[in-house]
Design a protein around this ligand. Structure first.
Ligand code: DGJ
Length: 729
């Protein structure tokens, strides 16, 4: 695999970043203007091609001394644009000094860095020596006293550029930073389409694709976390993009708070795309000598369509973002107590469920919400984290002993960031809660949120979790968070409220950093009412995420397919639950519920005592099957299939190409469709594959062009599964 390189060209005043997969090219014009030249499939060398030729037109502005004939700054492809000199498109940076918001960054220098820099206080992609190359560019605005350093990292073998910026007050006056986008990218005039993943609680990650219109299209979160409403992601696609072909550029933010992601189609059909911290309400004070680091943005470029984007994101997140000790480790098959007990947890229920789970081969029992509550609702006790000994005599250690005694690991649910009014913590420290003096506090699920911008709150939460982890036999934590942030106001002395939302996220990261450093073997599952904070920032600390509170096997097909554009399936919790489903009331065959979870991070979330002996035997079979195939499935490459009408599906291909599991789901019985072809373009065209069930042989080229055939089945939510084994030779 070719090592990434940073190639400086002094005669062109250009730098070319390439790893043989993609190229990224930047040029300095007139010794001061940093302009973007190219981001796309790799070029061998840049000789200066593709330079714009400007037409002299009216109603525009530029510097008198600029040497580019007829240029207007409103049409100049600034690599990191500010608004102040006549570029009226979306700006990437804005700073204020003495009430003046004029920012104008000029080139100072650039250099290549051997190591991928870490981001202070923020999660970010990492790389072993030799696996990456980083470019640092320094820009400066001497009048404002602002220096901004831009960072670009390329990784071996991936169509990925990771970007972030560091702003520094290099002047003598205080500065206020109002905007510092993690990435800004100029794209050529093409009929681009935008793809976003939008949703709501219990129906996350729905893809929507639409042509760009003139002006700005944006998605965002102002909910304090990344939110189920929008992934901090979008992609720009050429209109011919399919599952397997076409030019696509993706943007994803390694951050868990307010974000803005936008694309502007300008007067000449060019596009500027950005992703970063949301500037709304953001005002970060920088005293002379102080620095501010933006979160990291992941830029993904492929000509392989949506599955091309998918492979780049998955490989990056598996090998350069999630905790390395879990990337390859086999994830335990779990039973979660929530949908069987809700808040009403007792030792005898735990004993009964755990015993059945043991017989089935489950490996981890997770005690969800309820264990610390005075009652059986969300009204009380949040924040105190004392086990209710009437529910669980002997406390958490007693519950852990029961589970461990059956040879399983024990997991426990926490929601560290929340507090209810009815709690000792709130009575003792009302000022530890986010709230705006003079206004009534907003609650969600009877909860307020602790002010994680305060170091003493982070210390308190660390001590609580540390206390349990030291003594109670906990092997796994489910880290929940069940409401958006409101009342972005800290009562900490001297707090600057334009910083509170971001400082909350930094406090959360500090807490996670401390826990994961102190307990490196602890498996943490992130959760925020399901997918409300499923983002790359959290994935850096927690190796898996509860994908959605919607456990309906039918709905999960779309939710998991949506998220799979970004996250490897092993990062997504997928549980087989009871039918009719508790969220939707839908009845779905047990086999389909299992098939929908089979290639993901498998768990169960249902009352095992309600199952018939036949159903229990089916579960035991699924679990045995999972154990047999877990190693290759977990590390496989995952592809979605382009299928018509009621069909949806995906496939996992073993990393060494030796086998492939294809699943096609017919979500409703529809006689308008029949014998639908299932084309597998991601297999080796020269290979020969045997269908494990029928023994039928197929060539890889045959599977790519003619495909397998999905039959019409007289039933809703039916699953058809093939396992293909590659013949030797
Ligand atoms: C929301 C989670 O997504 C559920 O799985 C469950 O843990 C509840 N919270 C518990 O309150």
């Amino acid at each position: 695999m070719r090592r990434p390189e940073i190639l400086f060209d002094d005669s062109l005043h250009a730098v070319h970043l390439t790893n043989g997969v993609i190229s990224y090219i930047i040029q300095v014009v007139d010794g001061r203007y940093l302009v973007h030249r190219y981001f796309g499939p790799a070029l061998r060398r840049w000789h200066g091609g593709g330079q714009p030729v400007y037409f002299k037109r009216g109603y525009n502005t530029c510097h008198e001394e600029c040497s580019v004939p007829n240029v207007s700054f409103d049409d100049f492809p600034f690599e990191y644009p500010a608004r102040s000199r006549g570029d009226f498109r979306i700006p990437a940076v804005e700073a204020e000094a003495d009430g003046v918001r004029h920012t104008q960054l000029d080139f100072v220098s650039w250099r290549a860095l051997e190591e991928k820099p870490a981001l202070e206080g923020l999660p970010a992609a990492f790389a072993a020596p030799g696996e990456s190359a980083t470019l640092e560019i320094t820009l400066s605005d001497p009048a404002a006293g602002l220096t901004v350093r831009l960072y670009y990292t390329l990784f071996a073998g991936l169509g990925i550029v990771a970007r972030h910026q560091v702003a520094e007050n290099t002047g003598s006056r205080p500065l206020t930073l109002h905007n510092l986008q993690s990435a800004s990218l100029e794209l050529p005039a093409l009929p681009w389409e935008m793809l976003i993943l939008y949703g709501t609680h219990a129906k996350e990650a729905n893809g929507q694709r639409f042509p760009l219109h003139h002006g700005i299209q944006r998605i965002e979160s102002v909910r304090g976390s990344s939110s189920p409403q929008h992934q901090p992601f979008f992609a720009l696609l050429s209109p011919d993009v399919t599952a397997d072909r076409g030019l696509a550029v993706g943007f994803h933010l390694v951050y868990s708070g307010n974000f803005l992601a936008q694309a502007e189609l300008d007067q000449f059909g060019m596009v500027r795309a950005q992703i970063g911290l949301h500037p709304e309400g953001f005002a970060w004070q920088l005293m002379p000598g102080e620095r501010f680091t933006s979160p990291e943005a992941i830029l993904n470029c492929t000509t392989g369509g949506l599955n091309g984007l998918r492979q780049n994101f998955h490989q990056l997140y598996l090998h350069h973002l999630m905790p390395p000790r879990f990337a390859e480790a086999e994830r335990p098959i779990l039973l979660n107590s929530w949908e069987s007990m809700y808040y009403d947890v007792t030792l005898s229920k735990i004993e009964r469920q755990a015993e059945l789970a043991r017989q089935l081969g489950v490996e981890l029992f997770v005690l969800d919400d309820g264990w610390f509550r005075k009652g059986n609702s969300s009204r009380d006790s949040m924040g105190d984290w004392r086990c209710n000994l009437r529910k669980l005599p002997g406390g958490i250690p007693a519950a852990a002993r029961i589970v461990h005694g059956k040879g399983m690991k024990f997991g426990l649910w926490f929601e560290p960031e929340a507090v209810t009014a009815d709690s000792d913590l709130f009575r003792q420290h009302p000022d530890w809660v986010l709230q705006t003096p003079g206004y009534s506090m907003t609650q969600g699920r009877h909860e307020y949120l602790l002010d994680l911008s305060r170091p003493e709150v982070v210390d308190y939460l660390f001590d609580v979790l540390d206390g349990y982890l030291q003594k109670s036999g906990i092997d796994y934590i489910k880290w929940d968070m069940n409401r958006p942030l409101t009342d972005f106001c800290s009562l900490a002395p001297g707090a600057r409220q334009g910083e509170t939302a971001h400082r909350y996220v930094l406090g959360l990261y500090r807490l996670l950093e401390r826990i994961t450093t102190a307990y490196p073997r602890l498996l943490i599952e992130g959760c925020s009412s399901g997918g409300a904070r499923f983002d790359p920032g959290m994935l850096y600390y927690v190796a898996q995420n509860w994908t959605s509170d919607n456990t309906d096997g039918h709905d999960r097909l779309a939710i998991q397919a949506g998220y799979s554009l970004l996250y490897p399936p092993v990062a997504m919790g997928a549980h087989v639950s009871i039918t009719p489903n508790h969220q939707t009331g839908r009845v779905t065959p047990l086999d389909t519920r299992w098939q929908a979870a089979r290639l993901f991070n498998l768990g169960y979330e249902l009352d095992l005592t309600l199952l018939t002996p036949e159903e229990l035997a089916d579960l035991a079979g699924q679990i045995a099957q999972r154990k047999a195939e877990r190693r290759w499935v977990q590390s496989s490459r995952f592809f979605t299939l382009d299928l018509p009408g009621p069909y949806t599906g995906w496939a996992a291909v073993a990393r060494d190409g030796s086998r492939c599991l294809v699943q096609v789901f017919q979500t409703r019985y529809d006689p308008l469709f029949a014998h639908t072809p299932v084309r597998l373009s991601f297999l080796d065209r020269d290979g020969l594959y045997r269908d494990a069930a029928s023994g039928q042989l197929y060539g890889g080229d045959e599977l790519a062009t003619l495909g397998l055939t999905a039959p019409l089945i007289k039933q809703d939510d039916a699953a058809t599964v093939w396992e293909l084994i590659r013949e030797p030779g």
